[in-house]
Design a protein. Sequence first.
Lengths: 185, 660
Amino acid sequence: MTGIQSKNLLQNYPRIFVLMFLGLFIWGGVGCGPASAVEPDEILKDAGLEARARVISSQLRCLVCQNQSIDDSNAPLAHDLRVLVRERLTAGDTDDDVFAYVVARYGTYVLLKPPFNINTLLLWLAPFLILVGASFMLYRGYQGRMVAEADTEIDALSDAERLELDAILSPSSTSSDGDDGPDGS
Amino acid sequence: MITEFGHFALVLALVVALVQMVLPIVGWVRRDDALISTAPPAALLQLALLTLAFLSLMYAFITSDFSVEVVWKNSHSAKPMLYKISGVWGNHEGSMVLWVLILALFGALVALFGRNLPPSLKSNALAVQASISVAFLLFILATSNPFTRLDPAPLDGRGLNPILQDPALAFHPPFLYAGYVGFSMAFSFAVAALIEGRIDAAWARWVRPWTLVAWMCLTIGISMGSWWAYYELGWGGWWFWDPVENASFMPWLAGTALLHSALVMEKRDALKVWTVLLAILTFSLSLLGTFLVRSGVLTSVHAFAVDPERGVFILAIMMLFIGGSLALFAWRAPLLKQGGIFAPISREGALVLNNLILTTAAASVLVGTLYPLVLESLTGDKISVGAPFFNMTFGPIMLPLLVAVPLGPLLAWKRGDLAKVMERLYWVTALAFIITVGCFAMIERGPWLAPFGMGLGLWLVGGALAEPAFRTRLFRAPMADVWHRAKGLPRSAYGTMFAHMGLGLTVLGIVATSAWQSEKVVSLKTGQAENIAGYKLVFGGVAPRSGPNYKEMVGLFTVTRGGALITRLHPSKRRYAVQKQGTTEAGIYNALLGDLYVVLGDQLDNGSYSVRIYFNPLVRLIWIGTLFMFLGGMFSLSDRRLRIGAPKRATLPAAPVAAE
C-alpha cells in the first residue's frame, strides 16, 4: 500500500511542485492575507439568509488560497464568491442549489466537505472501516488469548512430558537426569 | 571561518554517527563488550559536534553574515535579536539541523542517564538512533546544506516572513521537533528489542520517560501553534485541520496511545507486541510529518521548502525506516511472548479502548490528510478534504473515549466492577447532569448538542478529581488523615489527574467557543460604538506608529461595561517594509468568561473602517487545558518509580542468549 502511494507520489512530483509554485506565487500576488474576510457591505439585511450564507461560505474553498474557506479569506476571488453565494440566496435558492451552482462553475474541488461518491467512498467509510476492523482484530486476539490460556491450563503437558515428569517425581527413580528417565524405566 | 568550522563539525558528526551505528551492532553480534561500549561516548561526541555546528549557524544569523546563503534568504540586519535567533530554525536548512541536534540530544541523554539499562539494549538502541541521524545528516549535507556561501556577499538579507515574527512562533518549532524527534527514542528501543528478540515489563519502564518527555514537548508545541494562530491570524480560529497541523497531531494521538499501552505493559506485562508496534507507528507518523512539512508536498502556509530533490530524499528515508522497522517487526514479533490476560471490563480493558480509539482517530486523520494527494495522483481528480470532514469524523470517534476516560483509572486491574466505579462517580455524574440542564435553561441560542458537550467537559474534570479523592478518602476521613494519604499517593496518580483534567478543560473551551462565539462585522467611524456580549466598544480612530522593522496603523477602542471603563484595545494592521507583506494584530481583552477580540480591517470608501469584534467564551481553557496536560506529564515524570525504580533484572548479564 505504502509502496503504491509512494510511487505515484514520485511520478507526480513535478506536477505537484509546479502547482505548489503557482500556488505560492498566486498567494503572494492576490493577497489571501490571513485575516477574516466578510466585509460590512457584503452582509445581507435578512439575518436568517446571512446566517445561511456564513455556513455555506465556511464550506467553500478559496481557490487561490491555501486551505482557507472563502469565509476566512480576504482575496478578491473569495469576495466575489461570497457575494455570489448571497445573490443566489436572495434569489431564493436553497443551500443545495447554491452548492450545485458553485460546483458547476468551479468543480468539486471547491467543496471543503467532499461529496459522497465513488471517488470518495473510501474516504468517508475509512474511519468506520478502521474502527470495525480494529475492533474485530481485537476481538479475535482476545478470543485467541482466552483459548490459548485455556489450553495451557487444561492441556499443558504432552504425553512425553507427562512420562518425563512421572519419571522425575517417582520415588523409585534415582536418575537425576531427566532425559534418561523414560528410557531407563 | 566559523561557518566553515560549523560545516566541518557537521561532516564529523556524520562520521561519528556512522561509527555509533555500526560498532555496537557488530559488538553485539560478536559479543565484544569493548565494541558494545563505544555507543555511549559516540552519542555524546555526536551531540557535541552537532551543538558546535548549530552554534556556528546561529553565530552567522546573530552577526547577520549575509555571505551565508541561508542567512541572506531568511534574515535582515534590522530584525529584532529574538527573530534573528529564531530565524536559525525558521527556514528549511536550519530547522533540519535543529532536528538532528535534538535527535542527538535524546541519544546523549540515554547515554548519560540510562545507567540502569542492560548494556546491549542501550547500545543497540543508540545504534538505531544513530542510523536515523546518519540518514538525516546525509540529507542535510546532500540537499540542504545550511553553510553554503555566497560570493559576493549581498548587502542585506531578504528577511523572515512577517507572520513568523512572533514570540510564540519563535519557540513553537523547537518544542514541536523535541516532540517529533523524541518519539525516535521509543522507536529505537522498540527496534533494539526486536533485534534482540526479547522484551519484558522493564522495557516499558525504560521507554516511558522518554516517550513522556516527547509527548509533553509535542503537547506544548501544538498548543503554542494553535495559540499563535488564534491571536495572529486574525479571526479567532485556533485549529484549522490544515495538513501541516494534522502532521503534528497524528504523532500526538499515536504517542498518547503509546503512553497508555506502555502503562499496561509495565504493570501487567500485557500488550507487549502491540506496544512495540505502536512505538514504531508513532515515530513513523513523526517521519511522515517531517516529510509532509519539509518536502512541501502539501501546499499550505507552513510549507516553505519547495524542492523536489529534497522531497524524494525524505520520502526515501521515510520508506527505509518505516518499511525496515515494520519488516523487522513482522519477522521478529512472533518471538516476543505475550503476557497476562484480563477481562474486558478492567483497567487494561479501558486502556485497550483508549488505544483502539486513539489509533482509529489517528488513522482517520491520516486518511483525510493523504486522500486528496493519492486520489489526484491515481485519477487526476482534485478534491478538498477540509475542516468540515474532520469535524464530522473525528468528533464522533473520540466521543466514546471522552465518556470512558473518568472510568479507566477507577477500574481495578485484571477484572473491574463497572457498577462500583459508577457509584464512586455518583457526584460527578450529578454535577455533569446539572451543568447540562443549566446550559439548556440559561442559553437559548447555539446548537442543541453544546450543553451535552459542557456536561462532558465537567464529567472529565470531575472524574479526574474523583480517583485521588477516593484514594485519599476525601470527605470520608479526618482532614489530617486525608492529607497523610494525599502525600503518600504516587506522583503518577497526580499525573493522571492533571492530564485528564486538562483534557476536560480543553473540551469545555472547544465546546463553549465553538457553540457560543458572538461576532459583529461592522463599519465604524471615529466616535461610533458597538455592543457585544454586554461590552460597549467606542472607536477612537486610527493612528500611525513605527516598529523596529515595520510600520502600523493602530486603532483605538475604549471598552466599557455598564458605564465603567474596562480596558483600551489597540488592534493594528502592520506593514513590513522588507517583505512588503502585512499582518493583522488583534486587540484581545481577557475577561473572566471569555476573550473580547477586536480586529481592525481596511478603510472603506466613506472614511469609516471595517471592524470585526468577537466574544469567544471560555476560549482560553483550550490552552490552559494543554498546560494541565503538560503539568500531568511533569508529575508522572517525577514519579519515584521512573527515577530509581530500576528493576533488579537490569543488573543481570543481558547477553541475548545468556542461558545456553
